[in-house]
Design a protein around this ligand. Structure first.
Ligand code: GLN
Length: 200
């Protein structure tokens, strides 16, 4: 029997309630007791074992993370090595150690050994669905991309898990998971279940 798992979703922007409901369903299906809740203040992070960083605009999310003190608190927990994190889309950008563009507008969390290019699929392809093959998944997965980033490079203990047109769109580094797409916008719960397995 596993202990109760507490998963917080950063409540700044993006499909917050969709992430909460997907994660709750993943917990129910796994018959794993747990709470999924929204994180707005530093104290909300105290009892979280895991964190979801939703999409949105990385510049805005970054600003609010900083102002609220959540940026420092997340870094502290990562350094203590007791927080799992899944970042989707803008969340993937924030997890990166490097950005391909030079900008002062995004303060990266620098958690994962990835280099990320924002809005990387070009104008005509700003929003699309694509069937992707994910390492370790039995069947293809339909991924929803909305002005998504690509992961240009991974290194060290970070491993690519999926690609589109030979560009990395999903990568894992131990307890951290970065996705260019939006798993919360589909009924397919396999990504949330995969993340859950990384926590328990
Ligand atoms: N283009 C956004 C960014 O870089 C990400 C878009 C999204 O999260 N859907 O911040």
């Amino acid at each position: 029997m596993v202990n109760k798992i507490n998963i917080g979703v950063i409540g700044i922007q993006g499909a917050i309630s969709e992430h909460i409901s997907s994660m709750q369903k993943a917990l129910n299906d796994a018959e794993t007791p747990g709470n999924v809740f929204i994180i707005k203040h530093t104290q909300d992070l105290n009892n979280a074992d895991a964190l979801i960083l939703p999409g949105g605009e990385s510049t805005t999310i970054s600003k609010v993370l900083n102002k609220s003190g959540l940026y420092d608190e997340i870094i502290k927990r990562v350094e203590q090595n007791d927080l799992s994190i899944m970042g989707t889309c803008a969340g993937c950008v924030l997890l990166a150690k490097e950005l391909s563009e030079k900008t002062e507008d995004v303060k990266l969390l620098k958690v994962m050994n990835i280099k990320v290019k924002r809005n990387a699929f070009g104008r005509q392809k700003e929003s699309f669905e694509n069937e992707i093959i994910i390492n370790g998944f039995e069947k293809p997965y339909t991924a929803v991309f909305i002005r998504g980033p690509i992961i240009e490079k991974v290194w060290g203990n970070c491993k690519p898990l999926a690609k589109v047109d030979n560009k990395i769109v999903m990568a894992r580094q131990e307890r951290f998971l970065a996705l260019s797409f939006h798993p919360e916008l589909t009924e397919d719960l396999r990504i949330h279940k995969y993340f859950l397995n990384m926590i328990i």
